[in-house]
Each structure stands twice: as structure tokens, then as C-alpha cells.
Design a protein. Structure first.
Length: 520
């Protein structure tokens, strides 16, 4: 019997290096070239783009499926089609998973998904954000229910992490079937223009319903931004998605027990006279609320979230003297800024994210009311509008309200009013805090008087003017301490900076309970 030659350490190291390099090739050069042809990066290139140089520590490189049926017995799936790792972003720890489409279409088998769940568990234990880069044909069909079970583990961990560490999904390729539910369970979804996301694809839809639609029109980035509200940011390509992810994280704490990072600031809060001229005095005229936001925050730097969804409500992150804030604002240039179902859902979700992660809320108000209409009523504006009341009332972070112009009726209450727990309520001299607009109020209260008047039009104008001068201003509300101060618009930044300073140590404890019941 011949004796096997004893291996030396250099042999073992060489073999290890070769094995590692082979696995890191993923599905091989041909598939990688196809990936690049489609304008997509590889799983590892994406990780490199998101994280700090040389910070990546991969784990699970040698993980492998254990399926023996459907031709899988001898099928090697490098890293089982997903790269999982710890790394840093701007020096802060994160955990990541990145699906490798070159390996069986990035399909998620049992081990693949358990690797992702492992990365999530590490994120949870270490209080670090979790980033999941999706590029996958969904559950690995050959693995049957084992792959479904794997997905179940991912979903379960998404929920465990929710509200403890920020979770960000990047959709960089197909994200089909139940796979789309993991992103939906995360806090922010960034989709590239090369990616499509859907539960059932165009072919299935055509078979079942007869409807014909392209994959792009069904689940492309524009469709999800404008219609479904599933995604939060659109990226032109993978590199842009990585950049957006890093920028987004810069506003966020690593976990719910930490404060958001405070950036160095020169502390400049000098008056900005441009703010005195942004809002038209004519209440019927629109303007872009983003001008007010940009003129108020540090360096005009505003990361708008869900910019193309419910455009009547603007939300996003900014900083004031280096402190992260979540901004919520009515947008008078779209639907006059009226709150509809989608606007309420969009704002409520954003408010709850900020509250979970200790980010103060700054709310700019210019709202004529909730949007009237049968579609809104039957669509559930009562249930969905109530989400906004719930989200603001339940939020315990510092809450600052700035009323710019209209603040009418239920929408006044809903937009972070004093009665929903606002800590600081400021109003511009143009503010009209009232139960409704003067025109509407006069129609209700003085209809008879106007009908009986000799000159109906003149009497109507007179009554409107009378109502406006009595009620449509900030001073009635200030008199009832529903507004703390009426300020010059140019000084808004200084007032906000001070409010954030004195509210920094805010503590607001609520009765213990399992959880509240936001109207779903
Ligand atoms: C196994 C898969 C796969 C999958 C793709 N592949 N999806 N293998 N399971 N789910 C394999 C393909 O067989 C192919 O292998 C390789 O990945 C590349 O796929 P292509 O089809 O050549 O690529 P492309 O033309 O770019 O099309 C990509 C695609 C398409 C649109 C994603 O592959 C597709 O429609 N896949 C199925 C999508 C789907 O129905 N998923 C739902 C699964 S059920 P070879 O070796 O030929 O190159 C599900 C339920 C989960 O997800 C529920 C959780 C609760």
C-alpha cells in the first residue's frame, strides 16, 4: 500500500488560496461578462462600492447547498449564490448580504437564505445596520419547500431587526416572487433602473388575467415610485445605488439606542431674507415647499424620500447645525398640499421610522385639509388619514411644527399640532390657523344672510374678509398657546436650531403596552 504524501503548510495554503479564488469568481467569467453587459455589477463589486475600502470581512464563503435532487447533486454553487459580510461605511459597522446572479440566477436556496439570516442576526446582536443587495430569480425552484423555509427565516429576521437597526434593501436586478417581501419589510428600498420587482411576473399575469404589460412597466423603478409606493429612492445604476445607500446611512444612527451622528457645523444661523419671499401671500397660489426646506437646512442638503410618490407630501432627511432631522411638509404645488390616502401613509411611515431611530421631526405646514372625494372616502381616507394622527401622537422624539400658511381643520390637527404632542409650534405671520378657509366658512355660516343681501357678491366678500381678519391668522392660535411664537420667516433656521438644542434631552414616557394598534 502506498502511503499518501504528507502535505506541507505551503501546499495547504496554496490550495486554500486557489479554492477561495475559485469561489470568489462566482458563476465564472462568462456569466460575469453577461452581468456587465446588462449594466450590472457583480455581487462583490456592489459590496465594494457600498463599503469602505478594504473593510469587508466575508463569512460563509464555503457554504454550500445540500440538495441532491433535480440535477443538484454535483452542482457546485459558489458561496451558495450570496456573499455575506461585515464591513464599515464611513467607519461605522454594518452587516450586508449581496446576491450573486451569476450563480443559479442568485436564486435563494435554504443555505443561501440561512446565510442571509445569519448576517441579519449578527447585525441585531451588534446593533449595526443591515443592507441586503437583491439580484435574484427568487426561491430556488430545485430546493422546493426548503427554499421557502429559508425565505421564511429571512422575513422573520427582518421583523426581529425592525425598529432595532436600520434595514436598507438595494434592488439591483430581478426581485421576483416572495423574494420581494423581504425588501418590503425593510425600512428603505433603493431600486436601480436595471431592476424589476414583482410578486407575479408579466407572463403569469397574462395567463391569469389576460392583461399584457412589460416587466419594466409592471415592476420597474418608475412604476414602483409612482404607483405602488414600495420603493424610496431610484438609482440610475448600481454605483448610484451604493452612493445613495451611503448618503442615507449618514443621517441615521447605527441602532435604536444611539443618537444619529452629529456632523461638524459652523453653527451659522444668520437670518435668510430669501425665506421672507418664498410663500405667496395669495392663498390660492402654489409654490415649491422644497425651496423653504432647502433655504432652512444645512447647506441646502435635503435627501428627499419617495419623491415621486404622493407628491402632495414631502418627506426626507436633512441637518440643522449638524443634527439629523426628519422633515415632513405639505407640498402646495401638488393637489394644493391636501392630504390624501397616499400622503398620509407616506408621512406616517416616515414619522415612525424617525421616531424608532431618535431622529427629531420638523414639520412644515401649508395644508387646506384632507382631500375630498368619493374615491378617497371609499378608499379609506378615514382609516388611512388616522395613521397620520396615530404616528404623530405616538412619536416621542422632539417634534417641531412650523406653520407657513394654511393650517385648516382636521389637517391642522394632523400635521403635528400642539394637541398631538408637538414640543414647539412656530408660525409665520402668513399663517392661517382655522377650522377651514374663509370662503368655505362663510358659505356654511352665512348662507342665509348672503341670500338675503341686496348685493350678494359684495356681502360675501365683506363676510369673507371679516372672517379672515378674525380667524385666519396665527394670533388666535397663539392666544390659546397652540402656537408658541410667531416668527419672521427669515429667522426660521435659528428658531429650529434652538428648539433642537433645548429639546435634545427630551424624555417622553408612555404607558407600558405590548404595542399600539395603528389603523392598518
Ligand atoms: C432556480 C433559477 C431561478 C430560480 C433563475 N434561475 N431563477 N434557478 N430557481 N428561481 C436560473 C436559470 O435557470 C438560469 O440558469 C439562471 O438562473 C439565469 O436565469 P435566466 O432566466 O437565464 O436569466 P434572465 O433571462 O436574466 O431572467 C431572469 C429571471 C428569470 C427573470 C429572474 O430567470 C425568471 O423568471 N426566473 C424565475 C422567477 C420566478 O418565477 N421566481 C419565483 C420563484 S417562487 P442556467 O443554468 O440556465 O443559466 C418564489 C416564492 C418565494 O420566489 C416565496 C417566499 C415566501
Amino acid at each position: 500500500m502506498s502511503k499518501a504524501k504528507a502535505k506541507s503548510m505551503p501546499d495547504l495554503v496554496d490550495a486554500l488560496r486557489k479554492k477561495r479564488a475559485d469561489i470568489q469568481q462566482g458563476g465564472g467569467p462568462e456569466r460575469l461578462a453577461k452581468q456587465h453587459e446588462q449594466g450590472k455589477l457583480s455581487a462583490r463589486e456592489r459590496l465594494a462600492a457600498v463599503t469602505d475600502p478594504h473593510s469587508l470581512e466575508e463569512f460563509g464563503l464555503f457554504a454550500q447547498h445540500r440538495q441532491t435532487q433535480f440535477g443538484m447533486a454535483n452542482k457546485v454553487c459558489p458561496a451558495d449564490g450570496v456573499v455575506t459580510a461585515a464591513a464599515t461605511i464611513e467607519g461605522r459597522l454594518v452587516h450586508l448580504a449581496s446576491q450573486d446572479f451569476t450563480v443559479l440566477g442568485g436564486s435563494a436556496g435554504e443555505v443561501h437564505s440561512l446565510k442571509v439570516a445569519d448576517a441579519m442576526a449578527r447585525a441585531l446582536k451588534t446593533g449595526s445596520p443591515f443592507i441586503f443587495i437583491n439580484d435574484s430569480g427568487g426561491a430556488r425552484v430545485q430546493e422546493g419547500i426548503d427554499s421557502l423555509s429559508g425565505y421564511g427565516q429571512v422575513f422573520f429576521h427582518n421583523v426581529l431587526l425592525s425598529g432595532v437597526v436600520p434595514q436598507i434593501s438595494l434592488i439591483c436586478g430581478p426581485c421576483a416572487g416572495g423574494a420581494a417581501y423581504s425588501p418590503a419589510l425593510t425600512d428603505f428600498v433603493i431600486q436601480t433602473r436595471q431592476a424589476q420587482m414583482f410578486i407575479t411576473g408579466p407572463q403569469v399575469i397574462q395567463q391569469v388575467t389576460g392583461e399584457q404589460i412589460s416587466a419594466e412597466a409592471l415592476g420597474g423603478a418608475d412604476a414602483h415610485m409612482a404607483h405602488s409606493g414600495v420603493i424610496h429612492l431610484i438609482a440610475e445604476n448600481d454605483l448610484h445605488a451604493a452612493e445613495l445607500c451611503r448618503r442615507l446611512l449618514s443621517f441615521l444612527p447605527a441602532n435604536n439606542l444611539e443618537e444619529p451622528p452629529r456632523l461638524p457645523s459652523d453653527g451659522n444661523v444668520d437670518p435668510n431674507p430669501a425665506l421672507n419671499d418664498v410663500v405667496p401671500l395669495d392663498p390660492k397660489k402654489g409654490y415649491d415647499i422644497r425651496d423653504v426646506i432647502q433655504l432652512t437646512v444645512d447647506n441646502g442638503d435635503f435627501l428627499e424620500i419617495q419623491a415621486g410618490y404622493a407628491r402632495n407630501m414631502v418627506v426626507g432627511f436633512a441637518r440643522i447645525i449638524g443634527r439629523s432631522v426628519g422633515v415632513i411638509a405639505n407640498q402646495p404645488s401638488y393637489l394644493s398640499g391636501a392630504i390624501d390616502i397616499d400622503a398620509s401613509i407616506k408621512a406616517s411611515r416616515f414619522i415612525r421610522f424617525c421616531n424608532a431611530f431618535n431622529i427629531p421631526l420638523v414639520t412644515f405646514v401649508d395644508v387646506p385639509g384632507f382631500l375630498p372625494g368619493v374615491q378617497q372616502e371609499h378608499g379609506g381616507i378615514i382609516r388611512n388619514g388616522a395613521k397620520l394622527l396615530f404616528a404623530y401622537s405616538a412619536a416621542t422624539v422632539p417634534k417641531i411644527q412650523v406653520i407657513l400658511r394654511k393650517s385648516y381643520g382636521g389637517a391642522h390637527v394632523a400635521m403635528c399640532s400642539r394637541d398631538l404632542g408637538a414640543d414647539c409650534c412656530l408660525a409665520w405671520p402668513t399663517a392661517e390657523v382655522a377650522v377651514m378657509g374663509a370662503e368655505g366658512a362663510v358659505e356654511i355660516v352665512f348662507r342665509k344672510e348672503m341670500q338675503e343681501a341686496e348685493n350678494k357678491a359684495a356681502r360675501r366678500s365683506e363676510l369673507i374678509e371679516d372672517y379672515r381678519s378674525t380667524f385666519s391668522n396665527p394670533f388666535v392660535a397663539a392666544g390659546r398657546r397652540l402656537v408658541d411664537d410667531v416668527i419672521e420667516p427669515a429667522d426660521t433656521r435659528r428658531h429650529l436650531a434652538r428648539a433642537l438644542e433645548y429639546l435634545h434631552r427630551k424624555r417622553d414616557t408612555r404607558p407600558p403596552k405590548k404595542h399600539g394598534l395603528i389603523p392598518m
